[in-house]
Design a protein around this ligand. Sequence first.
Ligand code: HSE
Length: 433
Amino acid sequence: MKKIINLGLIGLGTVGTGVVKILRDNLSLIEKKAGTKVRIKKICDKDFKSSRKIKVDKKLLTGDIAEILNDPEIDIVIELIGGEEPARRIILEAMKRGKHIVTANKSLLSKHWDDIFSSAKQNKVAVYFEASVAGGVPVIQSLNEGLAANRIKSILGILNGTTNYILTKMTKEGINFKDALKEAQKKGFAEANPELDIEGIDAAQKIAILSSIAFGAWINPGEIFCEGITAITKEDIKYAREEFGYILKLLATVKNTDREIEVRVHPTLVPVEHLLASVEDEFNAIYISGDAVGETMFYGKGAGQMTAASAVVSDIIYLSRNVYNGIAGKVPYVTYQRDKKVRIKQIDKIETKYYIRFSTIDRPGVLSKISGILGENNVSIASCYQKERAVSREVPIIMITHKAKEGDLQKALRQINQLSVVRAKSKFIRILD
Ligand code: HSE
């Protein structure tokens, strides 16, 4: 039995530094839980000059990845450099050499699920990735193990802290999107490229990982319908909340329907009384519904140095325990059948309720024209609202629909947008059913 489990850390950035801190401050607790000694043997980064606000023994540092990959004593490689390459090559190479992996890399895992988990199986190593979704919230373990007995009926996730922070600011302070984004960037939880946050790509990668676990098959994020929050106005947020009792969230949704699954990321109006409506600022929440357990919700911070490091170190503890007991990688951590394919429902086939805002001139007969077209396309109106009156300029008319097929709604809106009384492209937001 190995007496010491040796770690090779790749990437001493924000999260890497947090991992070193926890391993330093909580080592005796960590070793008790792991049942063995745990040590960082090497840390690789391309630049150690920038201040990390942590003292590290210089002998541990290297700029050469081969010093980790070629070291037979290193049992676990912790990949914290992010991005696809060279992270993918490094992880695959480390697995070939029998090393187990801990990673926080959502982009890599979601896009290369097949490569990574096929290689893990082939090389009989384990890949742990708790920090890849919702940072410190232990949703991967919970879904993979704690809820394993269930058929997962649906997962609703607020998975991106930056956009939740922006939407909270827009809702509570009535500021516009651009100003709210600037504040989120100052806070430091936005991605280096904030497009990944505001266009919903980050959330799509995270829901791809959760869905792949839930359905035991790879859900490729490239196939997930994804709409960000850049077109959201403070006016829509206000109307939806004040007149109809909805709070706007960027929601990642996966639903298990009969033969297909629905998986999508888009702004969604959530009834104010739903638990997800009260998730504010940079917090994340994942609402999982299982056939046996019913409804569960996981809540916490999804970004930040110590929250992500907390998840990485938990993975290190459980992997170290398994390495020590000689069982790491003997059983795959996630169930993955390479040949299992899951069909994803196209967005025009989904059925939900909608908030629609029309910009029209205020003239008799406008409403009947619009409602006529909606009716002809099987879209039924549940309520309608017009507050302002103005003869010389356009006014907003808001409608909430009953459940309708998205293809039908899109067709109706194309026809309505052609009307001469309609002054701007009609906007719609999906409502949580
Ligand atoms: N940019 C991400 C967020 C960080 O805002 O949630 C964590 O993945």
